[in-house]
Design a protein around this ligand. Structure first.
Ligand code: ASP
Ligand code: MG
Length: 408
């Protein structure tokens, strides 16, 4: 069972979490619980690090930001004990959860779950594990897994102890066909395949950390996304994230995602010759800027071409600077940029076997007068870059087009 920051935001909510845990223990289950820091806590800790030293030592940053989970794991263990449930807290280094040395975004390399499992049987003890943190063995230092990393901790622990299921409790009661704040008629999905969830998570649905879904897919951990705000004695089912074989009735499109964290860059009149794309994208990659959509226009004069691509909006200024600095090397006439754009995506494994899925969207958006700036497609999704002002209209249009609106 994993509980996110809003679920453990104060002592009352931690008590509510403990009731969820007690229900599972009373039902005869052996339980490991992974907790996040209280909501807002990690942001506060990150802020303190920047104030103390703008260019901070990443090892000390991890020592500071890992502390939020130390608090909630101890508090939940205390609360469980108070309810008569055997429990103890585990910090990442105590298990240990071994990670790479990439402080601030470490990767889990191995977990020895045997002591936790032993205590399940010998002491009927619930393990309350601090999410988000691990240990780099050679240096003996605390690491963290990147923002939202407790989801990944939970999946990794589930795999390490051979759990039957991994329940991610959060502030929504499942995965929806799209953001219900934009489309009130969005439906809760019963099941979503790993591949689809991976796309949804990377394309802007913020329910799960992308890496946790990757790991669950590789390890075959069945994930349930469900609400911690349900009555602990009468919880609802949530959404199961599982292998696509488990999903019998497959929709062509399962969900519509959107991401406002995109910016567009266009280079006009770039020389049309071998090596130019490398000249543009290698420096961006070397600066760790993740380029997403790329469009190159076929040149009409055989000498120059236009190239358009997107970068995360947080990296926009940096990307523009790099390209301006390399202007003479790349050789382009003009750089244009736009940050008032949004990427809308439709996801569904049914797209593999259906033609005309994307073209239906082009037609529907055209009828609403929405201009498409860029398009990318893959086996199970397509993404469209449009003006930000049309976000709601475009999401609603596609949601209805693919029959995802819930019956009124
Ligand atoms: N507390 C960490 C964060 O806010 C990890 C997590 O909640 O998953 O990013
Ligand atoms: Mg989270």
């Amino acid at each position: 069972m994993k509980f996110g920051g809003t679920s453990v935001a104060d002592i009352d909510r931690i008590r509510n979490v403990a009731r969820h845990v007690k229900r599972e223990v009373d039902a005869g289950n052996q339980v490991a619980v992974i907790v996040s820091a209280m909501s807002g806590k990690t942001n506060e800790l990150v802020g303190w690090c920047s104030q103390a030293s703008p260019l901070h030592d990443a090892r000390e940053y991890d020592a500071v930001v890992a502390s939020g989970e130390q608090v909630t794991s101890g508090l939940l263990a205390l609360t469980l004990q108070h309810m008569g449930v055997q429990a103890r807290s585990w910090q990442g280094w105590q298990i240990p959860i071994l990670t790479s040395q990439a402080h601030g975004s470490a990767r889990i390399e191995g977990i020895d779950g045997s002591e936790i499992v032993k205590r399940f049987t010998e002491r009927e003890e619930v393990a309350v594990v601090a999410g988000f943190q691990g240990l780099h063995k050679d240096t003996g230092r605390i690491t963290t897994l990147g923002r939202g990393g407790s989801d990944t901790s939970a999946v990794a622990i589930a795999a390490a102890i051979g759990a039957d299921r991994c329940d991610i409790y959060t502030d929504v009661d499942g995965v929806y066909t799209t953001d219900p704040r934009i489309v009130p008629r969005a439906k809760k999905l019963d099941k979503v395949s790993f591949e689809e969830m991976l796309e949804m998570a990377s394309l802007g649905a913020k329910v799960l950390q992308v890496r946790s879904v990757e790991l669950a897919m590789v390890q075959g951990v069945r994930l349930f996304v469900r609400s911690s705000f349900d009555d602990p004695d009468n919880p609802t089912e949530g959404t199961l994230i599982c292998d696509e074989e488990e999903i019998v009735e497959q929709q062509v499109v399962t969900g519509i995602a959107y991401s406002k964290d995109e910016a567009q860059i266009t280079l006009r009149r770039v020389a049309d010759k071998p090596g130019v794309a490398a000249g543009i994208f290698v420096p961006l990659a070397e600066s760790n800027i993740n380029v997403d959509m790329i469009i190159q226009v076929v040149s009409n004069d055989a000498h120059t071409t236009d190239l358009t691509f997107t970068v995360p909006s947080a990296e926009y200024a940096r990307a523009v600077k790099i390209l301006e600095d390399a202007r003479d090397v790349i050789g382009y006439e003009q750089l244009e940029g736009a940050t008032d754009v949004v990427k809308i995506s439709a996801i569904g494994i049914g797209m593999r076997s259906h033609a005309g899925v994307a073209s239906a969207a082009f037609k529907a958006l055209a009828e609403k007068g929405i201009n498409i700036r860029a398009i990318t497609t893959s086996e199970i999704k397509f993404s469209l870059l449009i003006d930000k002002d049309y976000t709601e209209l475009a999401v609603r249009t596609l949601h209805s087009l693919y029959g995802l609106d819930k019956a009124a």
